[in-house]
Write a protein that binds this ligand. Sequence first.
Ligand code: HEM
Length: 132
Amino acid sequence: MTPQQIDLVQSSFKKVVPIAGTAADLFYDRLFEIAPDVRPLFPQDLGEQKKKLMAMLSTAVSNLHKLDTILPAVKDLGNRHKGYGVTAAHYAPVGTALLWTLEKGLGADFTPEVRAAWTDTYTALAGVMTGA
Ligand code: HEM
């Protein structure tokens, strides 16, 4: 990722932080709409899950410029996901739901450049998590 793309992801994520609760609601609603088969992998009550996801995204986004320092943590996260029953194929709908959520949350600020930067970020994280 280029330094400019990292700036775009970090500055756009700052705009999502104040609406993190709404963004997490939108994300899971969308995910379960496009990939209903993943719903049973999650607990009935998603409250804690929503907080953890936003916290992890926030850590990843703030450390994009030194991705190598969080690589071991991201690999561990990927291994734990296998234990949750998550397969490599599940990463696509999750990425789609994430981009859709950012589009809803950021509106006009979700420019084609911001979309491309987020796509690269998610692809990089998912790649490390699945060991690709
Ligand atoms: C970049 C991609 C992803 C990130 C950053 C992420 C982040 C997290 C985090 C931080 C947790 C909390 C538990 C832990 O730390 O082990 C978690 C749990 C979980 N994630 Fe992900 N995740 C990602 C992709 C996915 C995908 C593709 C799926 C597939 C549906 C998924 C399904 C789950 C499930 C089922 C749990 C466990 C819920 C529970 O039993 O409490 N995640 N995820």
